[in-house]
Design a protein around this ligand. Structure first.
Ligand code: NAP
Length: 275
């Protein structure tokens, strides 16, 4: 398949989970791939972020698909690290056609809004909302010069609905949906499209590490299995969403098949938010 042939796709948070699946699905479609993640833990985030070796794993799987790959660690909360990532990517490939803003954190959570510390609140907004904005700030000028680009923000059903005891995450993802709509208007005349994908609960599989969802269950005082069962009962199609399901939607938004689609969001949630 070559729906993304001659395109260069940059994905944040690509060490595991949805980001890894996006890198692999884009590589299957012939894109050259730039992958990034933080590769170290963050203060205030109560679970392990991916190890450096996990990004190596994504790189290897993409290379096996015969595409060019550039990888570099960058923290989306650090403007200097983003700038170095984008500059090196441009030096290597000369263009960036698609930006997939996937890096995100699911916790701190598990308490009412007034019980968050300032640090806990700030880190959620800093990674999940300001992170994509920093990436857009670095990449949009390149896409405007090219007169072509597709920016895909991985939001969440938490960008559309409230979730009890998840005010920080929900606020960050609602913000990301709002950023998506406004940026779509800002760049529409430059042929740079901006869309969001809102996945429902995505569970452990060969790609998803599970530590983020486990901490969510822990913070609600229940076992991971119980959390999965509760989520499953809320999903109209009675099935969980896989990282690859989300990545397939991202490939479509990255491709020219969606050339008239901007400022929207696609829910990939097996009917979770339809009720
Ligand atoms: P995951 O397995 O924890 O992966 C998240 C990725 O984000 C990790 O690769 C991590 O990097 C990266 N990351 C975190 N903080 C970062 C930072 N400051 N700078 C750069 N990278 C950073 O989670 P996932 O389940 O695949 O989630 C991916 C995205 O989908 C997130 O935006 C999440 O909110 C969203 N989402 C997930 C679900 C779900 O049920 N899992 C549902 C809806 C939406 P490292 O690889 O270095 O740790």
């Amino acid at each position: 398949m070559d729906r993304l042939k001659n395109k260069v796709v940059l994905i944040t948070g690509a060490g595991r989970g949805i980001g890894k699946a996006c890198a692999i699905e884009a590589a299957k479609e012939g894109a050259d791939i730039i992958i990034s993640d933080i590769g170290r833990n963050m203060d205030s985030v109560p679970y392990d972020l991916a190890r450096s070796s996990q990004l190596d794993g994504t790189e290897e799987m993409c290379r096996e698909l015969g595409v060019n790959v550039f990888k570099k660690h960058a923290d989306v909360t650090k403007a200097d690290e983003i700038s170095a990532l984008v500059q090196e990517a441009i030096h290597r490939f000369g263009r960036i056609d698609v930006l997939i803003n996937n890096a995100g954190i699911g916790a701190p959570a598990g308490k009412p809004a007034h019980e968050y510390s300032s640090d806990e609140w700030d880190i959620l907004l800093n990674v999940n909302l300001s992170g994509p904005w920093r990436m857009i700030r670095a990449v949009a000028p390149i896409m405007i010069r090219q007169k072509k680009g597709s920016i895909i923000n991985i939001a969440s059903t938490a960008g559309l609905l409230g979730y009890k005891h998840f005010a920080g995450y929900v606020a960050s993802k609602h913000g990301l949906v709002g950023l998506t709509k406004s940026a779509a208007l800002d760049y529409a005349m430059d042929n740079v499209r901006v869309n969001a994908i809102c996945p429902g609960p995505v569970y452990d599989d060969e790609f998803v590490d599970g530590s983020m969802t486990k901490v969510v269950a822990d913070s609600l005082g229940i076992q991971l299995g119980e959390q999965e069962e509760i989520d499953l009962q809320s999903v109209a199609m009675n099935t969980v969403v896989s990282p690859t399901d989300v990545a397939e939607a991202a490939v479509w938004l990255a491709s020219d098949e969606s050339k008239r689609v901007t400022g929207t969001n696609i829910t990939v949630d097996a009917g979770y938010s339809a009720k």
